[in-house]
Structures are given as C-alpha cells and as structure tokens.
Design a binder for this molecule. Structure first.
Ligand code: SAM
Length: 248
C-alpha cells in the first residue's frame, strides 16, 4: 500500500529487528535513511537491497517535497541510524506534512533507547518525560534543567560520554541530589546500568569517562510531605472566607 512507513530499527543488537520491520524494508519502493552506510549494514543482515534516499538534518527541507510526491503511489520507509525515527532523529516534519496531504502513515514500532533505559533504571515509570539532548553550553543547559526541575516525573535524557560528568554535576545542583541511573550500550555486549545519587555519579564519571552510548534517567523530585492538620485547618478557613465573600 502506498504511504509512509516509520520503521524502528535496533539500537545495537541486530536480533531486535522485528520480522515485520524486515518485511517492510525488503518490500519498500525506497527507504529514506539518515546514513546509507548504517542502513546498508542492516539491509545486508536481512539479505535485501532497496534504493535509499538520504534524509537527514542537513538536507531534509530539500528532500521533503520529493518524498511527499512519491507517497501517493509508492510505499516509502523511513528509518534512522538506530531506534525509532523522530525520537531525537529526523522525521517529524515529514510525518506532519504527509498527514496534512492525506497520505497513509503507519508505524512499524520497535526499539527506542529512551524506553529501553526506563525499563532497566529501577526508577518510577508511571509518569516520565523524555527530554532528549540537553544543550551543550553550560548556561543553556542549566537554564533548561531549571525549567525541568519542577516536573513531577522521571526524566529521560540522551547524553554523550564526554559531557556526562558535567551534566550529572549540573543536575545535582539544579535538580537536587536525586536518584538516577546511567544506562550504557543497551542491548550490546558491554551493556551496563549504574545507579546512585546524581552527586555520587558525577564524581564517579569525572574520575573515568565512560565509552559508548548513554541514556541518563533521573528520578522525580522528592514528594512534598503530606499537609499537617494545622495546614488543613488553615486551608479550610481560607476557603470558607472566600465562600462567604462570594455569598455576601
Ligand atoms: N532514535 C533513537 C532512539 O529511538 O533511541 C535515538 C537517536 S539519538 C540521535 C542517539 C542517542 O540515543 C545516543 O546518543 C544515545 O544517547 C541513545 N542511544 C542510542 N542507542 C543506545 C544504546 N544502545 N544504549 C544507550 N543509549 C543509546
């Protein structure tokens, strides 16, 4: 069927490519790819060859009209180098414009580093926020962290190994010394999850810089203590006062 197929690919372990994803990739008219060398490895793994169209941050605006044109008569797959397209990867504008033009858009769901990290971090999963990559510059990073500080949810970040220690230290200062997990090389040979308080993790990673791909998961802020009987009385009196003013 013609349309846009958003295909998730492995974040490390090629065994995680789903049979459905392999089937769509092998049969698509063309595959829009971030890096053709990376996708070529995946295609070799499934023993298929399809035309590839480069679609990355630097050419997306030029390539989008051509892709959108082709969607009415062709099945085009979109992949990124790893994981789920659109998640800190290109594709959002393509999906939006494909939808606006009335094309069929569907997902072949699968691996995503953020969700994989959340499942092994041992931190609350009932409410979480994916915060992507923080800005590289210290001031911008702290401003963004300050914006996130009040959110009552587990926070998930992508981070590069060489910035990890500085980011953990900034988080300990701005978010408070919360529980966190540094997850590394998920699904790969050197998979590792290190848990602890932000402050202690900052020290550990300042001493030795880790290698590989990292997702940082930070627990929610400490719960506000439940209101005391006096607090509740004060609240009630306050409400009553408002009521009588309105009623008067
Ligand atoms: N779209 C991808 C997804 O669904 O996870 C994410 C793309 S983003 C450009 C790449 C970042 O994802 C890496 O810098 C790292 O933070 C994280 N990542 C990707 N694969 C990972 C893995 N196997 N283990 C830990 N983090 C990973």
């Amino acid at each position: 069927k013609p349309g846009l197929y958003i295909v998730a690919t492995p974040i490390g372990n090629l065994g995680e490519l789903s049979p459905r994803a392999a089937d769509i990739l092998a049969r698509a008219s063309a595959i829009a790819v971030e890096d053709s060398r990376v996708t070529a490895t995946l295609m070799r793994h499934i023993g298929a060859k399809r035309p590839m169209i480069p679609y990355h941050d630097h050419n997306a605006d030029q390539m989008r009209p051509e892709l959108l044109n082709r969607l009415s008569s062709e099945a085009i797959a979109l992949v990124s180098d790893a994981g789920t397209p659109l998640i800190s990867d290109p594709g959002f504008k393509l999906v939006r414009e494909a939808r606006a033009a009335g094309h069929y858009v569907t997902t072949i769901s699968g691996p995503c580093a953020a969700i994989a990290a959340l499942t092994v971090a041992g931190l609350p999963t009932d409410r979480f926020m994916f915060a992507g990559f923080l800005p590289a510059k210290a001031l911008a990073r702290e401003t963004e962290l300050a914006e996130l500080a009040g959110i009552r949810a587990t926070l998930i970040f992508y981070e590069s190994p060489h910035r990890l220690a500085a980011t953990l230290a900034a988080m300990a200062t701005v978010l408070g010394d919360r529980e966190a997990a540094v997850t590394r090389e998920l699904t790969k040979k050197f998979e590792e999850v290190v848990t602890g308080r932000l402050g202690e993790l900052a020290i550990r990673y300042a001493e030795s810089q880790p290698k590989g791909e990292i997702v940082l998961v930070v627990g929610p802020p400490a719960e506000a203590p439940p209101p005391s009987a006096d607090d509740l009385d004060a609240l009630l009196l306050d409400r009553l006062a408002t009521l009588s003013v309105k009623d008067a």
